[in-house]
Design a protein around this ligand. Structure first.
Ligand code: PLP
Length: 387
């Protein structure tokens, strides 16, 4: 685990999440919708978890929390976009050109040719003047812009986006998957009408997530069937997963200050690499970024070669989004930022967790330098044949 630098893809499960999962599986295994006392206890536990999550998200206690538990962010993103396309026919949807495929693909599918894609600056930030211009055209039912990009870590100006949307009374959906667990959760809840999160990005289990709707979006409903989730998402609730998710977010929220150390280590690695490997580009360097993420364009060699050689040295990094790792087209995010195909093919993403210590960061920097030397000499990693 110590050489794992791919936390934007997924995180190891936290001790708090595992304990909560086991406890809920053993004690609250009844169906929360059944009518005997054991089921009542499960149902109460479910609502307790909803309240706890609402507090973590900074939702006013007097208010209906608007939380729907889901199977993850892909479900929440798809359901949001499908709902608006279905209930506001012939309106348009505005998304950024750097959205995750779980927003991009449903927008294309449900809104068809009524999707307006906003450009980003070379620093990876959505263009606010373009957003304002597009909102001015009218007939927009939904704006969907992520909180922080999963590939570059660049944080989007969501408070400003929110103000522009509110001025036009257009609802703002925010895929905040990479924000939760690294920054204050309530900042996003305050800005967006619909917020989506995923447990496995902050120490919770895979296949569990949430969608939170503000007062203007309470009619949003997803799958139909039974009356679960206040009639908004049918299906027996995954109570162990939900308990584990809420515990992991609680734990992560108490440790937010620890990310400062990651930002320092990340910056140190970036300065070491740019001075020792001239020609390295740091994507989004001058933007506000997540404290754990570094997207590097290496000076030479395809990223898969770097990935393989680093992998043989025990380091897990990635070429970008895990969701597009099989795609032949390369990163649409880097392309939207104006990078060319050759540069995109040399992109390596490093994303840490709070447990990555200075020694691990230093050995990653040393490993990058060693791989670079092996590229220069055309040699393979010690005793290995390579891609
Ligand atoms: N949105 C972003 C920004 C992501 O990084 C991911 C996961 O990679 C998702 C959505 C999809 O999340 P899930 O795995 O919960 O479906």
């Amino acid at each position: 685990m110590s050489r794992y630098f791919d936390h934007n893809a997924t995180t190891p499960i936290s001790a708090a999440a595992r304990d909560a999962w086991l406890q809920a599986s053993e004690k609250f295994w009844h169906n929360p919708s059944s009518l005997y006392p054991g089921a009542g206890a499960a149902s109460r536990r479910l609502e307790d978890e909803r309240e706890k999550l609402a507090r973590l998200l900074g939702v006013d206690e007097e208010e209906d929390s608007g939380i729907i538990f889901t199977s993850g962010a892909t479900e929440g993103n798809e359901a949001t976009i499908a709902y608006f396309a279905r209930t506001r026919p012939s309106t348009c949807c505005l998304i950024s050109s750097i959205e995750h495929p779980s927003v991009d693909a449903p927008a294309a599918r449900h809104f068809d040719n009524r999707v307006i894609k906003l450009p980003v600056t070379p620093e990876g930030i959505v263009s606010l003047p373009e957003l304002e211009k597009a909102l001015g055209r009218g007939n927009i039912s939904l704006v969907s812009i992520m909180a922080a990009n999963n590939e570059t870590g660049v944080i989007q100006p969501f408070a400003e986006i929110s103000a522009l949307c509110r001025a036009k009374e257009v609802l703002f959906h925010c895929d905040a998957v990479q924000w939760f667990g690294k920054h204050t959760a309530a900042d996003i809840t305050a800005a967006a009408d619909i917020v989506v999160g995923s447990a496995h990005k902050f120490g919770g289990p895979k296949g569990t997530g949430f969608l939170r709707t503000g007062p203007m979006a309470r009619t949003l409903a997803m799958q139909t069937g039974g009356p679960q989730e206040h009639g908004r998402r049918a299906g027996t609730e995954n109570l162990p997963g939900i308990s584990a998710m809420v515990s992991s977010l609680e734990e992560a929220s108490a440790k937010l200050s620890q990310w400062e150390g990651q930002a320092e280590q990340r910056d140190l690695l970036e300065s070491t690499i740019t001075s020792s490997l001239p020609g390295t580009i740091i994507v989004g360097k001058d933007s506000r970024r997540l404290p754990n993420t570094s997207m590097l364009i290496m000076p030479e060699g395809r990223n898969l070669k770097w990935l393989t050689r680093l992998g043989r040295m025990g380091f897990s990094v990635s070429t970008g989004s895990a969701c597009s790792s099989g795609s032949a087209d390369g990163s649409h995010v880097l392309s939207a930022m104006g990078l060319n195909t050759a540069e995109i093919n040399r992109a390596l993403r490093i994303s840490s967790g709070i447990a990555n210590d200075a020694g691990q960061w230093a050995s990653l920097a040393a490993a990058l330098q060693e791989v670079s030397r092996s590229m220069d000499q055309g040699t393979t990693s010690p005793g290995q044949s390579i891609l």
